[in-house]
Ligand binder design. Structure first.
Ligand SMILES: [Zn+2]
Length: 247
């Protein structure tokens, strides 16, 4: 039997618009009009598909951030606009994003969120970003050291195997023990001669306080020296012997 095409009108259940659909007869018969309720038009269907594709993409992006160590609770606080923003700091980080950054200042001024915003942008651009909390960073190092010094070295290399390492609240554990001081200067040494590698560090240490926070004065001096050589400093710059650090 020769089938023929015909047009039927239906009301889209999504947008409520009357649409027309082209159908073909089946064994010469047209469709029962009663079957045409509950139909979604092509436009609405495409929109739904685009929406779920967008959601999927967002979920993927969130997944990637979580795997990179980003604090997902803070990421969503950011995305939903609950974050306290420090736009001046955000701008400063963004302007200096290709540098190693030491971001010091009082608690609650928005350091974490500013770093988060910029690090997320870097990640979106395809850079390999790793996020860690000061506490976790030092805790993991102590565990690795307990196993062997080779494990400890591998641990540090692991953190440096990315384009950008963000250490949030590096002074969270309080005073830097001998081990923590060692880890800190080794990390800073790891990027010393590699301009492609960056570390952004946030801390609550204020001007002049840094040196005194190290159990080993030798570590304190080494860290200060590396900060001077390689880092841009925001806020309470640690006082350097014979001059200010953030000139
Ligand atoms: Zn529709």
């Amino acid at each position: 039997m020769q089938e023929r095409t015909y047009f039927v009108e239906f009301v889209c259940v999504d947008c409520g618009q009357t649409r027309t659909m082209k159908l073909e007869t089946v064994r010469g018969k047209e469709i029962d009009r009663g079957c045409l309720c509950g139909i979604v038009c092509t436009e609405c269907d495409d929109l739904a598909k685009a929406k779920s594709a967008k959601k999927w993409k967002e979920e993927k992006a969130l997944d990637r951030l979580e795997k990179s160590g980003f604090p997902i609770g803070k990421v969503s606080a950011w995305c939903y606009g609950d974050a306290k923003r420090n736009k001046a700091l955000e701008e400063w980080i963004w302007t200096n994003r290709n540098e190693a950054l030491w971001i010091a200042g009082y608690p609650q001024i928005g350091k974490t969120f500013a770093a988060l915003r910029c690090a997320m942008d870097e990640s979106e651009k395809g850079r390999l970003v790793r996020w860690t909390q000061g506490n976790d960073l030092f805790g993991g190092y102590v565990d690795a050291l307990r196993e062997s010094s080779a494990k400890a070295s591998a641990y540090i290399r692991g953190f440096l195997s990315c384009d950008l390492l963000v250490v949030d609240d590096i002074d969270d554990p309080g005073r830097f023990t001998f081990t923590a001081g060692q880890l800190m200067y080794k990390l800073l040494d790891g990027i010393k001669n590699d301009r492609a590698k960056r570390i952004w560090i946030t801390c609550n240490i204020l001007k002049g306080e840094l040196r005194g926070m190290f159990e080993s004065d030798n570590h304190g001096a080494k860290v200060e020296e590396r900060l001077r050589d390689r880092f841009r400093v925001w806020g309470g710059a640690p006082a350097a012997p014979g001059g200010e650090l953030n000139k």
